[in-house]
Structures are given as C-alpha cells and as structure tokens.
Ligand binder design. Structure first.
Ligand SMILES: [Zn+2]
Length: 329
C-alpha cells in the first residue's frame, strides 16, 4: 500500500518531459534530457566544471555551485542554465522543436558578441594555448539611472512582437526588423528585410508591422502584442474609421491579416524599449539584407537582449542574479 502511495506521489511530482526524476529547478536545467545534451554540446567549446562537481547539494545548489567556481565559469553556467530553461519552456509551452545544437550555437555566438563589447578576458576552453576571448560582462547599472524605459515581457501566455523600420530619405531606402519574444524574454524568432522605393518613414513602419506579423504568425499561435514606436501607425492600426491616404493600402492589408486573429493587439512603445527591433532594422538597411532566424536574433541585436538579463531573469531563480557581483570582482 505504502509502495502504491509512493508511486502515486512520484507520478504527481515527476518531470512532465522525461518522467525520470522529480521536477525541480536542478532537474530542469541540469539533468533533464535536453539540459544534459546541451551541456555535452557546450563542453566542446566552453570549459565547464567536471560532471562530478555539478551535483545537487540542496535547496541552495545554485549559490553553492556558483561559489565553487571562478568568476568566468560563473557567467558561463548562468548562460547555460538560461538556455536549458528556454529548451524546457519550448517543450512545455511551445512547439518543442527547438534544437539543442542550435541552442549551443546561439550561446557561443551570444557570448562572442557580448565579448566584443568589453575588454575583460575569459578562457572558454581548457587548452592553455587556446585563444582568450572577452567575457560576457553585462553592462552594469548606471548608479544614477536615467528615465530610460526598458522592454517589458508580455504576460504569461502571451507573446510580444517588436517591430521597427529604418528609413533613408535621400534614396528612399528603408528596412524593417522584427523580434518575437515570450513572457520569459526568450526569443522565438526574428526577421528583417529591406524595402525598395519606400515613400516615407511612416510607410516603413507599417510595412514593419505587416511583415513582422506575417513571420510571427508562423512561429506561434499564442495571443500576440504588437509593439511599434511610431504613434501615428499605432493610431491608424487601432482606428476603426478611415485612415490617411499615404499609408492606407498597407494599413488595409494589415487589418486583413489582423482581423481573423482576434488575439492580436497593437500598442505604442518607447523608442528605448524597442531597441532590438531598431538594431535589426538599422543593420538591414545598411547591408540591404533580409533574413529569418528561429529562436535567435542577429548578432547586432544581441547586446540589446543582454541588457535585459540584468533586470529580468527566469523564475526558477528565487533571487536576482547578482551580475555585477559575479563579473565585477
Ligand atoms: Zn525531465
């Protein structure tokens, strides 16, 4: 009887992905199927502690582990766990098709991109002859913070699509950029392209909304919040009456796309909080390029995502990640 009770209580707490262990933070980011495989892939490039040192030590396992390793390894472990948590969320709340190898490449690129932003050095491989690359030091908080708004994640169960356009009036060239993120701040996809013969900045912004939405609808079926930093475009999208002629046609197309999807709403966002989409659009107009990335953003927008890590972290950390303490000493 006791045996049956034990079985029943394990079934209630067992991981819904692998069913092998009780579901807790340690299992989610360290021992569940994709978390283990991600660590294997990451070891090919990063010098992580040996497996026997990565053990569960009780409820404070995160702090105990971070306390045992050096400053550089701490940063790598935090990035590793962040991405393992994304893989778990993708299985439970998403389509479950995020690849572990892509996640490893995402982390390698992410850390390399951040590394180029600062001078601090970190050795990511054990070979002493290996190249030393700059560490991913997240920009520290301004001691006297200015009134700069930051990107805010959507509520649980929603996704947020940020779009922006970059316009060069001299030659009527423009480009749009779009980033789709979930309530954990995880990127579900990004897309960008240039616009030939764009008559105005405003038209570029509407095209950014339209093209961003077209892509986003292929990545998610969750209710979506569209964010754009152009007030007149947001007003035109939300307006039920007639729209000014210069952007009428694109707005009409956009509404055709929006109408069958009642879960889509549109709101104005401050320019500062729309940084990732802005970076992508500016890069696209500079290179006259187009592209789509699942689960990631181009390297030009990586720093925008990194700044969020300071203020926003996944819920399994019961504490704020002490970035400045970790990387500054
Ligand atoms: Zn599991």
């Amino acid at each position: 009887m006791q045996h049956q009770d034990d079985n029943a209580s394990f079934a209630n707490t067992a991981c819904s992905i692998c069913g092998m262990e009780a579901e807790d933070g340690f299992h989610a980011v360290m021992t569940c199927t994709k978390a283990r495989y991600l660590r294997d892939c990451i070891r090919k490039k990063w010098n992580l502690p040996p497996e026997h040192e990565l053990q569960m030590s009780g409820s404070d396992w995160v702090l105990v582990l971070l306390n045992k390793v050096n400053v550089d390894t701490r940063v790598l472990l935090l990035f590793l766990w962040w991405r393992a948590w994304h893989l778990k969320n993708d299985i439970i709340f998403g389509k479950g098709d995020a690849s572990v190898e892509s996640s490893a490449h995402f982390l390698f690129n992410y850390v390399d991109s951040l590394g180029s932003l600062n001078q601090r050095c970190i050795r990511t491989v054990s070979n002493s002859k290996a190249p030393v690359v700059p560490a991913p030091v997240v920009p520290s908080c301004d001691p006297a913070p200015k009134c700069v708004s930051r990107w805010k994640p959507p509520p649980m169960g929603f996704v947020k699509l940020n779009v922006d356009a970059s316009f060069i009036p001299d030659n009527l060239l423009a480009a749009w950029g779009a980033v789709l993120r979930d309530s954990n701040g995880d990127v579900l996809g990004s897309a960008w392209n240039f616009i030939d013969h764009c008559p105005s900045a405003e038209t570029g912004e509407v095209i950014a909304c339209l093209e961003g939405l077209k892509n986003a609808c292929t990545w998610t079926s969750l209710p979506l919040i569209l964010e754009c930093d152009c007030a007149s475009v947001v007003e035109a999208i939300n307006c039920n009456g007639p729209v000014r002629s210069s952007i009428y046609e694109v707005i009409a197309l956009l509404k055709e796309l929006l109408l069958p999807a009642p879960g889509i709403s549109c709101q104005k966002v401050d320019r500062e909080a729309n940084g990732a989409a802005d970076c992508i659009a500016r890069q696209a107009v500079k290179e006259l390029s187009g592209g789509v990335l699942r689960d990631s953003v181009p390297s030009c927008a990586m720093c925008q995502l990194a700044q969020l890590l300071n203020s926003f972290w996944t819920p399994w950390f019961a504490f704020r990640v002490p970035w400045n303490n970790c990387v500054g000493s």
